[in-house]
Design a binder for this molecule. Structure first.
Ligand SMILES: [Zn+2]
Length: 408
């Protein structure tokens, strides 16, 4: 069955039909006087009652590769590349240490462009294909841009990527190699974001900006379906998610919320939002009624955000489903990154290591019950940003090619 859906504004709750491309709610997007995260992010709502009436089960959802819960009509419009379906690894030991609980690592660095963002890019690209759109633009700190560039290359579409001038060279290299047009923008991600929205209005391109395009959340939610499947149709107790813009965590929630609405699950796992101490604009403002911005500085560049683009939806999800949150320092992120790579063979980028650092912090504070099942989302490969690790690199001086030097 192809999917029928509507858009619902997360600010004013108004419903909109899905017969035309929509970004933010036209009523709520009007820029507020002071600088705030955007209002009016849209949520995609499916005909849950109809699906239940037609006897939907998780098995059927899986057989249809989630099409009943995706805003596209035909799976053939997705790229040929393997998107999602990433491995979930289980550990009781970390190095010499028996943790006393089950740790699961969901390795999304195995996506085609080595990051979680491919889940969103693939869906946006498929939607564009179905609607006769050939040019897609995005603002990006690097991962979303390299992802869009790669997916568009696979689909024969044109990608235009606006990045802050400080974006890591590995990500820029990827964008260029995939043949996308790259536009470095003076300023930060927020400046690139605003420019891409202006360009969308001006040139009529399709915009992939995270949260601004509601389909990004729909692509990202597929990770929750996979987790439920890989855990034998059961829920984990806890999922640690790295948070910048609040879109990945909203996607994780949205996937489980869809399953809740279909009666496939009857509760929400505890989802833990992990931000970098130096970029905590989402979690610092969860319990407050106002939004106060602090300038972001962290080695985890892909979660370094001043105005989280999906702040309100993420905050609503965390409050409604009693999620948890914490911050980790750059030092903790670096330590976690080394610990993870050394003990598992998984080399994650700093943003992903932040989620792992959050799990370690929880463990050290005895907040993880014995025998519980805990997932960490590893959202991107460590090779994406090695510059942040340069301080850690102590490469020994070269030796003469003589065995006696190795003995020393
Ligand atoms: Zn609205």
């Amino acid at each position: 069955m192809s999917s029928s859906f509507t858009y619902q504004c997360t600010s004013c709750a108004e419903d909109f039909p899905s017969d035309s491309t929509m970004y933010l709610c036209p009523k709520c997007e009007k820029k507020p006087k002071e600088k705030l995260p955007p209002f009016g992010v849209l949520k995609v709502i499916y005909g849950y009652k109809d699906l239940i009436r037609f006897g939907i089960t998780f098995k059927k959802l899986k057989q249809n590769r989630w099409l009943d819960l995706l805003p596209i009509n035909n799976l053939d419009n997705l790229p040929k590349l393997n998107i999602g379906n990433t491995p979930l690894y289980n550990y009781q030991m970390l190095g010499e240490e028996n943790m006393g609980f089950d740790l699961y690592l969901k390795d999304d660095s195995q996506n085609p462009t080595f990051s979680f963002k491919d889940r969103a890019s693939a869906l946006v690209s498929a939607y564009a294909k179905e609607n006769g759109i050939d040019t897609i633009v995005t603002a990006s700190t690097g991962n979303a841009g390299s992802s869009l560039a790669g997916i568009c290359a696979a689909q024969g579409q044109k990608a235009i990527v606006m990045v802050p001038e400080s974006a890591p060279i590995a990500k820029l290299t990827q964008i260029i190699m995939y043949g996308a047009d790259i536009i470095p923008v003076k300023g930060n991600y927020d400046d690139a974001f605003d420019l891409s929205v202006n360009a969308t209005e001006h040139f009529g391109w399709y915009n992939r900006n995270t949260a601004y395009n509601p389909l990004t959340i729909e692509g990202k939610k597929t990770v929750s379906f996979e987790l439920f499947d890989q855990l034998g149709e059961t829920l984990p107790d806890r999922i640690f998610v790295p948070v910048g813009d609040g879109v990945i965590i909203s996607g994780v929630y949205k996937g489980f919320e869809d399953l809740l609405k279909l009666g496939i699950i009857n509760k929400m796992p505890i989802i833990v939002a992990v931000q970098a101490e130096g970029s905590d604009n989402l979690v610092r403002n969860i319990s407050t009624s106002t939004f106060v911005v602090k300038d972001s500085h962290t080695i985890a560049d892909s979660i370094s955000v001043n105005y989280p683009r999906n702040y309100y939806m993420a905050k609503d999800f965390i409050q409604k489903y009693k999620g948890d949150w914490l911050t980790v320092s750059d030092i903790e992120i670096m330590e976690a990154s080394k610990n993870l790579a050394k003990h598992t063979g998984l080399f994650a980028e700093p943003a992903a290591s932040a989620a792992f650092a959050g799990m370690i912090k929880y463990k050290n504070e005895n907040k993880i019950a014995k025998g519980s099942r805990n997932v960490v989302l590893l959202t991107g490969s460590g090779l994406k940003d090695i510059s942040s690790l340069q301080k850690e690199l102590k490469i020994p001086d070269a030796i003469e090619p003589d065995i006696k030097y190795i003995e020393r």
